[in-house]
Design a protein around this ligand. Structure first.
Ligand SMILES: [Zn+2]
Length: 214
């Protein structure tokens, strides 16, 4: 989506310092608040200069991320249970879903420590999944008849270890923290993945409060 000329909040660059000092105390100027333990942001929100995980000052770790989400998460519906026709339903639903995707851009900070943890977790996940795959393949390769294995016994130990390593690594991947869209409507989305200290520093709105208008 092109940047409309009259909408400077879409720019990736952080707001001037004079604006940011007020941004940490006002929901209206950051475009973010906390509701029921989740971060609610509007498009173009610029979160305070604090790590989203631990609230440590992290002005130099500012990143701008574009989140894609769908307003309708209800899925393709019962029609997909009908053979063949169901496929068409599903394909139609998928195309429609891609067409109706919404995007919003949020600028936030993450400290060096939490950035490092994230990259280590990604590295551990990648290496673990590769190692697990190799071990599984080796297990199957060992299962064939060979001089070392004349009866062609299945090397189940290596296969099981390989599969376990693979899934353990995949679970590491789930633990990788980052902001994710939980739900969204036009220009406003609920994000999960922010740390409790950070959430507690943001303005709160009660669950019954109406969504503020921007
Ligand atoms: Zn941090």
């Amino acid at each position: 989506m092109p940047n409309p000329p009259g909408n400077p909040q879409r720019k990736a660059t952080p707001a001037p310092a004079s604006m940011r000092s007020t941004a940490t105390t006002s929901a209206q100027s950051t475009g973010a608040y906390v509701r029921g333990g989740v971060l609610v942001v509007r498009d173009g929100a610029s979160l305070p200069d604090r790590c989203i995980r631990c609230k440590a000052p992290a002005a130099d770790g500012r990143v701008t991320k574009r989140f894609a989400y769908n307003e309708d998460e209800s899925g393709p519906g019962m029609g997909t249970f009908v053979p063949i026709v169901g496929r068409l339903f599903w394909i139609t639903w998928l195309f429609n879903r891609l067409n109706t995707r919404e995007y919003l851009t949020v600028s936030y900070c993450i400290c060096t420590k939490h950035r490092t943890i994230k990259w280590l977790a990604i590295a551990a996940m990648t290496i673990g999944m590769i190692a697990g795959t190799i071990a599984t393949v080796m297990g199957f390769a060992n299962s064939g008849k060979s001089p070392a294995n004349p009866r062609g016994e299945i090397d189940s130990t290596t296969i099981i270890i390989g599969v376990l390593i693979f899934f353990a690594a995949a679970l590491c991947g789930l633990a990788i923290s980052g902001l994710k869209v939980a739900s969204g409507t036009t220009n406003v989305a609920e994000l999960t993945g922010a740390g409790k200290p950070f959430l507690e520093s943001l303005p709160k709105f009660s669950k019954t409060a109406a969504m503020p208008r921007y």
